[in-house]
Design a protein around this ligand. Structure first.
Ligand SMILES: [Mg+2]
Length: 262
């Protein structure tokens, strides 16, 4: 890890839980930056853009991010590339509908779901049976079902969680009898764009995250080195990762940087 030129971090459950940084994160990120490592952050968050996340990081004292990426940066473009400018039903946060509209697509109202050529489902804190029905019927009628991620949970403070985007997608996909198209991790685009922005090749970069299916599997697929963050003990399947760390202090040791607070 001493030769790694860039570290790419997952956020939820790794750098932070809810609005709390994990122990040592701020000091170790600063130390890595001071020792010349490039730092990227990629999250499957379906309700925030990269600049929203950067603001949140800075508020928590992390000011050393070279690049921050979420699926919201690429989902509108991905739909345009695959299906052209489309009529899109969006079930999810207002931020998700905004980025889809910004990419030139027409947003279809929930009651007009029959007009939708594409269905996008993100984490929806105002999910209702009506919205679930509209998404499932549109997807069943042939509109491709596109999602930022299929993460089952959104980890928050105190070891608690909210149901994630994947929980909602599972309901829609099951009712529609279709498979979703995933834009975020573990699919390659977020990893590849982050590496390009950091100016490093995949073998010179390590992905650090708490999810084996999303962070470790996705990073390996593009040829990055992998570090599993497992503060509560080594989980089953951890041998998929090259290294397992229990804390940010472990990461500093592996990278050969001193991580003193302050
Ligand atoms: Mg995570």
């Amino acid at each position: 890890m001493k030769s790694v030129r860039a570290f790419v971090f997952d956020l939820d459950g790794c750098v932070w839980n809810g609005d709390t940084l994990n122990p040592g994160a701020a000091a170790v990120l600063r130390a890595l930056h001071e020792h010349g490592r490039r730092l990227g952050f990629i999250t499957n968050n379906s309700r925030a853009t990269g600049s929203d996340i950067r603001v949140r990081l800075e508020r928590l004292g992390v000011t050393v991010a070279d690049t921050v990426l979420t699926p919201l940066e690429i989902i509108g473009e991905t739909i345009a590339d695959r299906y052209g400018r489309s009529r899109v039903l969006v079930i999810g946060a207002a931020e998700l509908a905004d980025v889809v509209a910004l990419a030139g697509h027409e947003i279809v109202a929930v009651k007009d779901y029959r007009r939708a050529a594409v269905v996008v489902v993100g984490n929806d804190f105002e999910l209702s049976y009506e919205r679930l029905t509209a998404a499932a019927r549109a997807a069943a009628a042939g509109a491709p079902l596109v999602t930022p991620n299929v993460d089952p949970r959104l980890p928050i403070e105190g070891g608690d969680f909210f149901p994630g985007c994947g929980a909602i997608i599972a309901a829609v996909a099951t009712a529609a009898g279709v498979e979703p198209i995933v834009v975020g991790k573990p699919e390659p685009p977020l990893f590849e764009i982050a590496l390009r922005r950091l100016g490093v090749g995949a073998p010179e970069a390590a992905m650090v995250g708490d999810s084996i299916p999303s962070d470790v599997v996705g990073a390996r697929r593009v040829g990055m080195r992998t570090v599993l963050y497992a503060p509560d003990g080594v989980p089953p399947g951890a041998d998929a990762a090259e290294l397992v760390i229990g804390s940010f202090a472990d990461l500093a040791r592996l990278a050969g940087v001193p991580a003193t607070a302050g």
